[in-house]
Design a protein around this ligand. Structure first.
Ligand code: GLP
Length: 260
């Protein structure tokens, strides 16, 4: 696990750079896209680089992490619509190249199994962008999630619904109770995971992710078992890291050729 502590604009450039390099080496790469506010800067930077002719998604595919259950197709907070608005429609993905779990499926169990199969059929995710919840969830794998979980339906915690109420005019009652989410084992199958966290509200979750024991109580800690994770944090999100000085000096001395 590599931890980079830097200003948000530098973190965004690093993440976008990793995706640009991946697509240059493998134009048909498979990306994992996350929602939430954390990745938005990365998406904006990718759009800029696309408009500059530096990166093309024309042969790439993408899989979303999660989706609310039951939001109508045209609801602006349906994650499929959020991803469309924030990145998919702004770059040159082919039609149907971006997929998400079907939060309106009648047979939820079958839809989740199909989603897992689609990821495998695409060759697996090459680079997964992740945010993290204040309670340490990734995707919508709330505390207590099986560390071996696959795509399934979950019930959101009150904490997550309160955190996400800001996207629903501040009304927690408008935030769905259920979601479909890639499981922790699904996320762990990605070849490279780039997690970005900004702000003091994430400091405790980042401390547990990097320095805590692996525990379903802090689901992101499963990433300690992954061989290639880049944790990109601003100084506020890093403020509870005991090893912050070590991470800073390690990054400062990093060979220029190495990349994320
Ligand atoms: C949601 C998403 C997660 C995201 C988390 C943090 O619950 N399902 O994928 O990481 O929120 O969101 P934010 O980045 O807005 O803090």
């Amino acid at each position: 696990m590599e931890v980079v502590i830097a200003a948000p604009e530098d973190l965004v450039a690093l993440a976008a750079g990793a995706i640009e390099s991946l697509l240059a080496a493998k134009p048909a790469a498979v990306l994992g896209l996350a929602t939430g506010s954390s990745p938005l800067g990365i998406y904006d930077e990718l759009v800029r680089r696309h408009l500059d002719g530096r990166v093309s998604f024309s042969r790439a595919r993408a899989f979303m992490l999660d989706e609310y259950v039951g939001l109508p197709p045209d609801h602006p907070e349906r994650y499929r619509n959020v991803i469309e608005q924030e990145i998919a429609s702004r770059v040159d993905f082919a039609p149907d190249a971006v997929q998400g779990p079907d939060g309106l499926a009648e047979d939820v169990v079958a839809a989740c199994a199909q989603y897992e199969a689609a990821i495998v059929e695409a060759g697996g995710v090459d680079l997964q962008i992740l945010g993290i919840g204040t309670d340490g969830h990734v995707g919508f794998n709330e505390p207590g999630s099986s560390l071996a979980s696959r795509t399934r339906i979950k019930t959101l915690t009150d904490q997550t619904r309160a955190d996400n109420a800001r996207f629903f005019d501040g009304d927690i009652d408008e935030v769905p109770r259920h979601c479909l989410t890639q499981g922790l084992a699904t996320i762990m199958s990605a070849r490279h995971i780039v997690l970005i966290a900004i702000g003091r509200a994430k400091a405790e979750a980042i401390h547990h992710l990097v320095e805590g024991p692996v525990s379903a109580m802090w689901p992101a800690t499963i990433l300690q078992h992954h061989p290639h994770v880049s944790v990109l944090v601003d100084p506020a999100a890093a403020s509870r890291l005991q090893l912050a000085d070590y991470f800073r000096s390690t990054y400062a001395a990093k060979p220029a050729w190495q990349g994320l």
